[in-house]
Write a new protein. Structure first.
Length: 494
């Protein structure tokens, strides 16, 4: 089931998936508006949508030109669609101006409220919040969150589930939704509402599902570590659920999310750095390693990833990419610090890979963070089985190289699955670590084959890294073969 879902959603980029799901929600809302199933009028939704899209995209184009960067238009479309879902639909001049203002402020926040090249606050929430504060002085409300209505909940829930599943943030969304239900539910029960009725009320009349799936899950404003993401979800839930008011500042979903973004930044802020390209080397006819010198000694843990920011004529995925670090952490804090990433190099790669491939040695590019939770257990006595799909071997290369650097021996079986027969990337690193290597064709990835190749598989802890389809298939195969604990490394495609 997991493999089929990943294959379906993996056909499009993460940005495109968000655009499609939001468009479906809005299309249904327009239809229901015309049929008087929901409160907002269909024409008002369409008029507000048109004004917000023009305002948001226009502001983004102007800001990008002033900042001398390539505008990321699909990201702005997503922002405009979200803003449309949470401002008051209107065909009046004041209402449309307020909605347009929220779109403009949302677009500008990506350029004005930034740290080391990353925007800090959810753009849509920020735009609506600031527009609401400005509108307070003239009596013009902005934040309305009309999308939180029972008739739209099924479409919103399916879209939220797809996005949370694709980003592997379902736990984060559930923490926010669950804690919000508890806090608000207690107040409702105290006023006489039945417990089940309280849960239903929160889910149907509060925008908890929409906020969790379409806004809280945004990777650029979530902190990198899982415990930090859980903390952020809890902060947003409390700020969302506890009523207060002070002039134009009062309890609202947009304020709650901004407060959570600030908390996320506070627990995860790191000083920025850059990396200088030293050289590139072919790992195989299909993969290349890029070796960099960081601007300062860099501390990270084996298995974590590096995010690079490379201005170029970007495709729909923008100017940032994350890559698992393939070199040992010990090399990044040496007298001459070094780190490396390995990437697949198909004939028609992404715009980012093309720009990276055209860099001359000595070129510096910005790195915004190192992060990730795909780490080996602290207990060295735990036997492990690693399954690497193609270039997914890079975090394992870092971990095995680190073990070799420290002279640490672990009981590890590394299963390499490659669509190119005989291709085993980082073979020298694997051999130096002492790990047992198993080269397995993709069509042989099955429980019976794994049990035959690794008789003590049930006693091992599993780790899987690679493309979504490989990760899903390997995780399922390991579980069915008896491996009870499996950790996965996954890239959602933002």
């Amino acid at each position: 089931m997991r493999a089929r879902v990943d294959a379906l959603t993996g056909r499009v980029s993460m940005y495109r998936l968000a655009t499609i799901t939001l468009a479906i929600v809005l299309a249904q809302a327009v239809l229901f508006g015309f049929l008087d199933v929901i409160g907002p009028d269909g024409y008002a939704i369409l008029g507000t949508l048109g004004v917000v899209i023009v305002a948001t995209l226009g502001a983004n184009e102007i800001a990008a030109r002033l900042a001398r960067v390539v505008p990321h238009r699909e990201s702005s479309v997503i922002t405009a669609l979200i803003v449309t879902c949470i401002v008051q639909p209107s065909l009046t001049t004041p209402g449309l101006l307020a909605a347009a203002g929220a779109g403009v402020l949302a677009a500008l926040s990506k350029y004005l409220i930034v740290w080391r090249g990353r925007h800090l606050l959810n753009p849509a929430a920020t735009g609506v919040l600031i527009a609401g504060i400005i509108g307070y002085s003239v009596g013009q409300g902005v934040g309305f969150w009309w999308v939180a209505t029972p008739a739209l909940l099924p479409a919103v829930a399916v879209g939220a589930l797809l996005l949370l599943d694709r980003t592997r943030r379902l736990d984060v969304g559930l923490i926010f939704i669950g804690l919000t239900i508890v806090i608000i539910g207690i107040r409702l029960v105290a006023t006489g509402t039945a417990p089940l009725g309280a849960v239903t009320t929160v889910l149907q009349l509060f925008p908890v599902v929409f906020l969790a799936g379409f806004m809280l899950s945004e990777p650029l404003t979530l902190p990198p570590r899982r415990w930090q993401q859980w903390l952020t979800a809890a902060v947003v839930a409390v700020a969302f659920s506890v009523p207060f008011g002070f002039g134009p500042i009062y309890t609202s979903p947009e304020l709650a999310l901004v407060v959570g973004n600030i908390a996320a930044f506070a627990v995860s802020r790191r000083s920025g750095f850059s990396v200088r390209l030293v050289e590139r080397a072919a790992l195989s006819p299909f993969a290349t390693e890029y070796r960099f010198a960081p601007s300062r000694p860099l501390r990270f843990e084996a298995g974590q990833y590096l995010e690079l920011h490379l201005p170029h004529a970007a495709d729909i995925r923008g100017m940032r990419r994350t890559f698992s670090i393939a070199s040992a952490p010990e090399l990044a804090v040496a007298a001459e610090p070094r780190l490396a990433i390995g990437i697949r190099t198909p004939e028609s790669g992404s715009s980012f890979k093309a720009a990276l491939g055209s860099l001359e040695p000595g070129t510096r590019i910005a790195a915004t963070q190192t992060a990730g939770d795909f780490l080996l257990p602290r207990d060295a006595s735990i036997p492990l089985v690693m399954v690497a799909g193609g270039i997914g071997i890079t975090p394992f290369a870092s971990q095995l190289a680190s073990l070799a650097e420290r002279g640490e021996q672990r009981d590890i079986v590394l299963v390499v699955i490659s669509s190119n027969p005989g291709e085993v990337l980082y073979r020298d690193v694997i051999e130096a670590s002492g790990a047992r290597l198993v080269d397995l064709a993709p069509d042989l990835l099955a429980p019976d084959a794994l049990r035959e190749l690794i008789p003590d598989l049930a006693a091992r802890r599993g780790y899987v890294s690679g493309a979504p389809s490989i990760v899903a298939a390997a995780r399922t195969a390991l579980r069915r073969a008896g491996c009870r604990r499996v950790r996965t490394d996954y890239f959602a495609g933002y």
